[in-house]
Design a protein around this ligand. Structure first.
Ligand SMILES: [Zn+2]
Length: 249
């Protein structure tokens, strides 16, 4: 009891030393070293007061390690000839995690915002391809914005997708979506628009060389519905997500 009171821990002496003995020697060396990350007291209080300690610690580390991607953001603003306040950009980055549950979809939008998607323009710069022209029209330079939005073949396909989704009963899909919203995400509270835009962009990107095929796309959308529901099956908001997808049969 004295041991418990002195060290403010809830296990007994034997369990405590049993745990210490079980630690790998490399961990102990690191813990005794001088390079430990110093955690501020206020952060420790936050971590102790939450039920999800690992998540709180992770978010805290992200805040310290992550830098705002100013270069990429500036390039997008230059290319789209539009300026967005930092708060809106932060909202767009956070939207990645609200829009989809699939890590693959999230990572795809992350690549768009960080401008790391590989296009023919980059492949030509790296001397991997002879041509920087678009894989679909072979007329314009293949930049992210051309390949995913400006290309005539993509525009026709996107028009068909918007028409199809907005005609399905039971959803609130608004087909009037700007180029900025399509590429970067919709910063307002409209998850369906963001999700349809994201799935469409990923589908277009995955079929260079072959023109986008509408029937194939709808099958992909159904697959995504099933995988999103599968990922959410154990979560508290499963029923909410099920009714969100109800329009797609
Ligand atoms: Zn094109």
């Amino acid at each position: 009891m004295e041991f418990k009171n002195n060290y403010d821990i809830s296990c007994d002496y034997l369990s405590y030393y049993g745990l210490i003995q079980a630690l790998p020697i490399t961990w102990k060396t690191t813990l005794r070293g001088q390079n430990l990350v110093k955690i501020k007291e206020s952060k420790l209080v936050t971590i102790c007061n939450t039920k999800k300690e690992t998540r709180a610690t992770y978010m805290d580390l992200i805040d310290e390690v992550c830098e705002f991607p100013h270069n990429q953001v500036n390039k997008w603003e230059e290319e789209l000839n539009n300026y967005f306040p930092i708060a809106q950009w932060q909202n767009l980055f956070q939207n990645i995690y609200i829009t989809a549950k699939s890590a693959k979809l999230r990572y795809f939008q992350f690549q768009i915002l960080h401008r790391t998607l590989v296009t023919n323009r980059k492949l030509k710069l790296w001397n991997i391809k002879n041509s920087e022209l678009c894989s679909f029209c072979e007329l314009e330079t293949e930049r992210i914005s051309h390949l995913l939005y400006d290309c005539l073949h993509v525009k026709i396909f996107w028009y068909r997708v918007k028409k199809y989704v907005s005609e399905q009963p039971g959803n609130q899909f608004n087909p009037y979506i700007s180029k900025e919203d399509f590429l970067l995400g919709f910063s307002g509270d409209n998850r369906l628009v963001n999700l349809i835009c994201l799935v469409t962009k990923q589908y277009i990107y995955s079929c260079p060389g072959n023109f986008p095929n509408f029937a194939q796309y709808i099958n992909k959308l159904r697959d995504i519905k099933h995988s999103e529901l599968y990922i959410a099956r154990l979560g508290e908001k499963y029923e909410q997500l099920e009714s969100f997808w109800d329009w797609l049969k």
